[in-house]
Design a protein around this ligand. Structure first.
Ligand code: FAD
Ligand code: DLZ
Ligand code: SF4
Length: 508
């Protein structure tokens, strides 16, 4: 008789999952299921589906090799009922376990669904907190309760103390918590860029690639070449490669963008970390060890650790604190449909073409491309934030709602009115020109402010401010921009509105 059925979701592929804590291989069954419902709640990028399925199969094999009984349901199993709820019900009726144990999912949608499982299955269902995160739900709620405003920087300091990372006694290593001011260099194409390691698909992964090619042919993105790590050992190799080759320059060029260099000095580990192939505490400790050994300077190590210990934990806290309605927040009342070129990549704007083209090829774009190119444009153009959210959730291999939604709705679209960020990340073409080489090959002129050849970011930026004046002008961090807008002549303001109107009308 089966004592405990233990469910692992596609982004819970770690032997350290809370649901495996007291696993008894003699009496328990671990279950993983590839289901159509999870593969289609948004039309995920083909590479993302292939990564999740291939990594699920590889982890199931690892568990079996360790003597664990695994119930693995493949997508093309004729008996597959298509959703996690119905697959669990099928497993319960066949195996008759005494109880079901699982780790909380990373989405409100599934969390709500799971609440009904105990009643429908007729056995006890234990949902455990996800112990992969450093900050528990209770700790984040307690931290948030004491504050009028949630600011990542202060949260991050608490996390550094709590995790004991980059501390000299009670003080931050080097005397400062944050070295961001040293991290804004544009990249130079002559620099050596360490590419992330590529892993040739094995026979198992090839089967998954065939399945995805057939079943999800109409989903966004290129399936091949497929080079992601799908096992713990491969993900570990990708991490080691980053720590040795790219971390020494990570912070320096964190905000840079270069044509033909999708990865620069970024770690390209988010899909592995979010799926459970890597561990956040371990990554931070190892990045710190590189600094302590003198191989990586403090600004680079701190900049990297801040992303994981700070931003990643912070956005997760915000996601669960704000509840399911957060997805529908729209503080700026933006209603435009997402332009079709976000899916096709067909636009003359070189920066957007590069970021979207690379997203379609790799299911990856780095943070500044997501924030200051695709995100910035959508916000300036007044696109409905929910549609923007669905796009980000679909196109990136690392996208799960707990991390994607606060980054999109909050950080990039300012649709939460300032919960994640203290002001909109809005910029004209000048920022993109400073941090990239895109403008040199663009049909638009980044220096021109008006007219058909002017960079659209230039007039859209001022039009965005003028349109949202009543909502943003009280923000002290926006005061200098509104002063500049104020000083413009009526003719200039009318010209901006006219250029923006013509451009946006042509977009639809
Ligand atoms: P690096 O630049 O090397 O950073 C190291 C690690 O820090 C990342 O692997 C990631 O785990 C973490 N990290 C960095 N920035 C953030 C952040 N803002 N929030 C949370 N973690 C962060 N990240 C996701 O993991 N999934 C998403 O779905 C996602 N959606 C995003 C949507 C938008 C609109 C924006 C602006 C950002 C989004 N991010 C998301 C954050 C960030 O862009 C990615 O984590 C990063 O680009 C992944 O690439 P990397 O592994 O090379 O990261
Ligand atoms: C993303 C994803 C995909 C594509 N497929 C599956 C699947 O077939 N089975 C599964 O258990 N999980 C899958 N996932 C991951 C889930 O969507 C993820 O666990 C939830 O979004 C919660 O984070
Ligand atoms: Fe992008 Fe404007 Fe530069 Fe063209 S000119 S690449 S649209 S910022």
């Amino acid at each position: 008789m089966v004592q405990t059925l233990r469910l692992l979701l596609g982004d819970q592929l770690s032997p350290r999952m809370a649901s495996l804590r007291d696993l008894d291989p003699a009496r328990d069954v671990v279950m993983l299921a590839e289901v159509a419902a999870e593969a289609t709640y948004v039309r995920h990028h083909k590479k993302k589906i292939a990564f999740v399925f291939a990594a699920m199969r590889a982890f199931a094999d690892e568990l079996s090799e360790q003597g664990v009984t695994v119930r693995y349901v493949q997508l093309d199993d004729p008996l597959n009922t298509g959703s996690l709820g119905t697959e669990i019900a099928r497993a319960v009726s066949e195996l008759k376990p005494a109880e079901l144990v699982l780790t909380e999912p990373g989405e409100h949608r599934l969390a709500a669904e799971m609440e009904s499982w105990e009643a429908t299955l007729g056995i006890p269902v234990e949902v455990r907190e996800d112990s992969r995160f450093i900050c528990s739900h209770a700790a984040f709620r307690a931290w948030a309760k004491e504050r009028k405003q949630l600011r990542m920087e202060y949260f991050y300091r608490e996390m550094r103390r709590c995790a004991g990372v980059l501390l000299d006694g009670e003080e931050p290593a080097g005397g400062r918590w944050n070295y961001d001011s040293e991290n804004r260099k544009p990249a130079d194409a002559d620099l050596f860029m360490p590419k992330p390691p590529h892993f040739a698909p094995d026979a198992h992964t090839r089967e998954v690639l065939d399945l995805v090619a057939t079943r999800f042919a109409d989903h966004v993105g290129d399936l091949e070449p497929f080079w992601f790590a799908v096992t713990h050992a491969q993900a570990e190799e990708a991490l080691r490669h980053f720590l040795v080759n790219a971390l020494p320059s990570f912070g320096d060029y964190q905000d840079a963008m270069l044509s033909g260099e999708p990865f620069l000095y970024h770690s390209v580990i988010s899909m592995y970390l979010n799926a459970g192939l890597l561990d956040a505490r371990d990554i931070c400790r190892r990045a710190e060890a590189e600094y302590r050994a003198g191989r990586v300077s403090l600004n680079n190590a701190e900049g990297f650790i801040r992303q994981i210990l700070g931003w990643r934990e912070f956005v997760r806290g915000v996601y669960w604190l704000r509840g399911p309605d957060y997805l529908h927040e729209n503080a700026l009342g933006a209603t435009r449909n997402l332009p079709w070129f976000y899916w096709s990549g067909e636009t003359e704007m070189a920066c957007l073409k590069a970021a979207i083209g690379q997203t379609k090829r790799e299911a990856y774009a780095h943070h500044i491309q997501r924030l200051m190119v695709t995100g910035n444009f959508a916000m300036l153009a007044g696109v409905d934030p929910y549609q923007v959210h669905e796009w980000y959730l679909a196109v990136y291999a690392d996208a799960y709602e707990w991390v994607e939604a606060p980054n999109t709705i909050g950080m990039s679209q300012f649709a939460d009115g300032g919960v994640v960020g203290s002001k909109p990340y809005a910029s004209s073409g000048a920022y993109i020109d400073r941090m990239s080489d895109y403008c040199g090959s663009c049909v638009y002129d980044v220096k021109a402010k008006a007219g058909p050849k002017a960079c659209p970011f230039n007039y859209l930026y001022w039009d965005f401010l003028a349109r949202n004046r009543d909502k943003l002008e009280g923000n002290p961090r926006m005061a200098p921009m509104f002063k500049t807008l104020e000083r413009m002549s009526d003719e200039r303001r009318a010209e901006i509105a006219d250029d923006a109107r013509k451009f946006l009308e042509a977009l639809q």
